[in-house]
Ligand binder design. Structure first.
Ligand code: ZN
Length: 286
């Protein structure tokens, strides 16, 4: 891997606010996204302290991605980050005015996308892009994620939905609309277990798809036949953003989740660091 310079960095034109419940904590949250200048990256601001949206600050990956610094944590960051990554937004601050879990809204990235898509501002500085120059793969059990060289970014997620879809592949190659609408989901039998573990306290049929025996509990049904697979792709985009740089490459995930996404991002970042340290033409990437 190496770092090269390419497209321009982006932020947002104006502050944008979101309010709602946190799906795991059940607590009410209010966040405001503030524009930032170049090279600031994406950061969360809580109680006057910044937590960078970086793989270096991942402290948990159990059913959501949790970031932390200086004893503070912010959770369920992946849907918002997935939308920011798909829109190519490199710099902004997510300030928590209340709570510390990103509002789940309707369980997808749709409302983030809707509010931000026309508020993107290009900055006069080139973006940092990490280019995959040789294949890299991580795996755990049946799941694996692989990166291959490619000009641009194309991300594939292959998986199944128990009782509903034997196998399907979702693809993101630049069209955010194909993934942002897909809602988070869980299986019927997981609900009680999740709640017993203190998770999904804010979960409801208004912000999550619940899948039972060959059917979904939500009266409105699925937004697409492969909605859960597309959601896993949105999660993956959010976790990829923790690289702290844009990615140029093709990524294939088979059954990956937050934990493996994290392992993958860390491996990608570390491999790029070791390459840049060896190369005299490339300075420290970030
Ligand atoms: Zn998710």
């Amino acid at each position: 891997m190496h770092i090269f310079k390419g497209m321009l960095q982006k932020t947002i034109l104006r502050p944008v606010e979101f309010e709602g419940v946190g799906v795991h904590s059940g607590e009410s949250a209010r966040i405001v996204l503030h524009p930032e200048g170049p090279d600031r990256g994406i950061r969360f601001l809580l109680s006057g302290k910044y937590i960078p949206a970086s793989y270096r600050h991942v402290i948990a990956t159990d059913h959501a991605t949790v970031l932390g610094a200086e004893g503070l944590t912010v959770s369920t960051v992946e849907h918002l980050l997935g939308v920011l990554y798909a829109l190519g937004i490199d710099n902004l601050t997510v300030e928590f005015l209340r709570g510390r879990e990103v509002p789940i809204l309707d369980g997808s990235g749709y409302y983030f996308y809707k509010a931000l898509k026309d508020a993107v501002l290009e900055l006069r500085k080139e973006a940092r892009v990490l280019q995959v120059v040789s294949p890299l793969e991580v795996g755990r059990g049946q799941a694996h994620i692989r990166a291959e060289p490619y000009e641009g970014l194309c991300v594939f997620y292959r998986g199944y939905v128990r009782g509903l879809l034997q196998e399907g592949t979702a693809r993101y190659c630049g069209n955010a609309k194909e993934v942002v609408f897909a809602r988070t989901f869980c299986y019927e039998e997981e609900v009680e277990l999740l709640q017993r573990r203190g998770l999904a306290r804010g979960g409801s049929l208004k912000n999550a798809v619940v899948i039972g025996e060959g059917r979904v509990h939500n009266p409105e049904g699925l937004r697409s036949k492969d909605e859960p697979i597309r959601h896993k792709l949105l999660d993956l985009l959010g976790d990829l953003s923790l690289l702290g740089a844009r990615l140029s490459g093709r990524v294939f995930s088979h059954l990956g989740g937050h934990a493996l996404n994290y392992t993958f991002v860390k491996a990608l970042a570390e491999s790029s660091l070791s390459t840049s340290l060896r190369s005299s033409s490339v300075s420290t990437p970030w």
